[in-house]
Design a binder for this molecule. Structure first.
Ligand code: DX5
Ligand code: ZN
Length: 214
């Protein structure tokens, strides 16, 4: 599967509705929504009121990436705000199994995110509870960072783990994705790529979205 989830973190917040409408008419599959709390990551982005606004205008599923401590506190609230897919960091959730069940119980697809330093093997006993695993290919917190090359190897390891334990689980990659590495990531086994700067920093975002999916 070759899916693309442009990250609204790089959108023009002064023209958010315009950028969402551009994504509606583009070939992208989901809208990636980055929530940061200034604790789990050294940056603060936006929360539920902004997501409600995004939901009102978006005609595609919202792929909400929580970079917050104790994400289990806010599962229902992000569902109410409009999240369709909710991903939580392995490093931020002490009772991950319970959190994943709660996300599915609230009617969303559940995903786990691994930071660059966390090995794929950590998911041996939780991948069965996941609809998706997100591999960070930068240290989370900011858009526009450089892609970490070790990610290709992790995608292949994760593909092997999914084939063994949960063949339906999607593999998503987030951070530093661009026109140079996108096809290599799909080849390695990624199903969904997130792209912020590559899309919104380009002269023709609609065309870049289409090219990233080639
Ligand atoms: C980083 C976020 C990413 C970010 C990606 O912490 O999780 O989703 O927006 O931005 P680019 O594609 O510019 O690296
Ligand atoms: Zn993200």
């Amino acid at each position: 599967m070759k899916m693309l989830s442009p990250s609204l973190l790089s959108a023009d917040f002064g023209n958010l509705q315009r950028d969402i409408e551009m994504l509606n008419s583009s070939e992208c599959d989901w809208l990636h929504v980055d929530v940061m709390d200034g604790l789990f990551v050294p940056n603060i982005s936006f929360g539920q009121p902004v997501i409600k606004f995004i939901k009102k205008h978006a005609r595609k599923p919202l792929d909400v990436h929580l970079m917050i401590v104790q994400p289990e506190r806010y599962i229902d609230s992000f569902r109410q705000a409009g999240a369709d897919i909710l991903t939580v960091h392995y490093e931020a959730s002490t009772h991950l199994d319970r959190t994943l069940h709660a996300i599915r119980g609230a009617g969303m697809k559940a995903g786990v995110v691994l930071n660059p330093h966390s090995p794929v093997s950590l998911l041996e006993d939780s991948v069965q509870q996941c609809d998706m695993v997100l591999l960070m290919s930068v240290n989370p917190g900011f858009g526009g960072q450089k892609f970490i090359e070790n990610t290709y190897c992790k995608v292949r390891q994760l593909k092997e783990l999914c084939q063994r334990k949960n063949p339906g689980c999607l593999i998503e990659v987030d951070g530093g994705v661009n026109l140079q590495n996108a096809h290599l990531l799909y080849e390695a086994g990624a199903d969904v790529l997130v792209a912020g700067n590559a899309v919104f920093g380009s002269d023709n975002p609609m065309q870049t979205i289409s090219q990233l999916k080639q």
